[in-house]
Write a protein that binds this ligand. Structure first.
Ligand code: GDP
Length: 353
């Protein structure tokens, strides 16, 4: 890797620092000697903002600033005040499901904020390096499997449309103005810090409660056949950092290269917990029975289906492996084991207090 020489004393700005990726990235950058500033969105509650930083032991180690990134002047002040060497733009409306309910807000949050940051970099901070959090959701109804940097985007949600706009704007500023702007096209990545609005954290949380006898009602899920390429967030933030250390800016896919269904994820979680589940029925009548108790543990609710679903998402991260030396270290069974262990510890601590 060339480009930046030592990282000691460098300044990093992470938008959306209280997100899963923000917390993992902040920990990585602090370890490398960066000074880290992170943005919080106005209106977020202090508790929801702080828990991930606390879990990572980062409380008091990063500077936090509340800023509305859709406000161009506020973005200008932010960059003038903190003069970051590297900017990691992770802040976004990140739930695909809820983006169907708030499309305009999603577009402003994801596309306008990115444009504001790029414009301030162009006009006032052209030396800053910029990472934009693109996403595999942009591939949508993808014309090829696996998807790579050259695959056509056919977005299938307001979230994905907004991310395509932000992605293209980032590429444009690189090509038109020669700025160091990159897109990381990250496939789904999970961890013990994942929020319960995502299917992996929901399944882990509910099945741990089920196994501990704290849950009687079946877990209700949407499409069990949906397939994703799931990796570990800790691996993916390492890739983000590598993209900004490269000799030249470019866009990279980060993915595990393996694909699993939501049903597979339930099965892996159950297996990790020692639960014996059996799938019965088809479509919306499909259920999973807990063979030891004979009770229904999982049901399907069509209300959780999305108005449009993406096709099979499986990424080819060959370019990142070749040019950045990046590769994932945690496969899905290991990731599930990590999420289950953390959730058990969390639930044990909550019931002890
Ligand atoms: P996404 O890839 O960013 O949308 O991540 P999610 O974890 O929200 O969803 C992954 C896949 O799981 C999607 O295809 C969903 O349709 C599917 N899915 C099935 N049941 C559920 C559920 O109960 N909650 C969520 N969030 N997704 C579900």
């Amino acid at each position: 890797m060339s480009g930046h020489s030592g990282t000691g004393g460098r300044r990093a700005l992470i938008t959306g620092i209280t997100s899963q990726d923000g917390a993992y990235l902040a920990a990585l950058l602090l370890d490398k000697g960066y000074r880290v500033t992170g943005t919080l969105r106005p209106g977020g509650t202090p508790i929801s903002a702080a828990w991930r930083l606390a879990e990572m032991g980062l409380t008091g180690r990063v500077t936090s600033v509340t800023v509305d990134l859709t406000d161009a002047r506020a973005v200008s002040w932010l960059l003038d005040d903190h003069a970051p060497d590297e900017i990691y733009h992770l802040a976004a409306h990140s739930s695909v499901h809820s983006s169907f309910h708030v499309p305009a807000e999603t577009f402003a949050s994801n596309a306008v904020s990115t444009t504001n940051l790029l414009e301030v970099i162009r006009t006032r901070h052209p030396e800053a390096r910029f990472y934009h959090a693109s996403t595999s959701e942009m591939f949508g109804d993808a014309p090829e499997v696996p998807q790579r940097e050259t695959t056509l985007f056919r977005p299938r949600s307001p979230y994905a449309v907004a991310k395509v706009a932000a992605h293209q704007m980032t590429t444009l500023y690189r090509l038109a103005y020669g700025l160091f702007c990159v897109n990381g096209i990250l496939f789904n990545h999970e961890s013990p810090l994942r929020g319960p609005e995502f299917v992996t954290a929901k399944i882990v949380r509910r099945l741990v409660r089920w196994q501990g006898g704290a849950e009687d009602a079946p877990i209700t899920l949407g499409r069990l056949d949906a397939r994703r390429d799931w990796g570990y967030a800790g691996d993916y933030v390492r890739g983000m950092w590598s993209m900004l250390q490269a000799g030249a800016p470019d866009d990279y896919v980060l993915a595990s290269g393996c694909t699993w269904s939501v049903r597979d994820f339930v099965g892996l979680t159950a297996q990790t917990l020692g639960l014996r589940l059996e799938w019965r029925g088809k479509g919306t009548a499909e259920t999973a029975i807990d063979l030891d108790s004979g009770r229904t543990c999982v049901t399907v609710d069509a209300a959780l289906f999305r108005p449009a679903e993406v096709g099979e998402l499986r990424g080819d991260s060959g370019l990142a492996r070749e040019r950045l030396g990046w590769s994932p270290t945690v496969d899905l069974p290991a990731l599930v084991a990590m999420m289950v262990a953390a959730e058990k510890a969390r639930q044990a601590a909550a019931s002890a207090s």
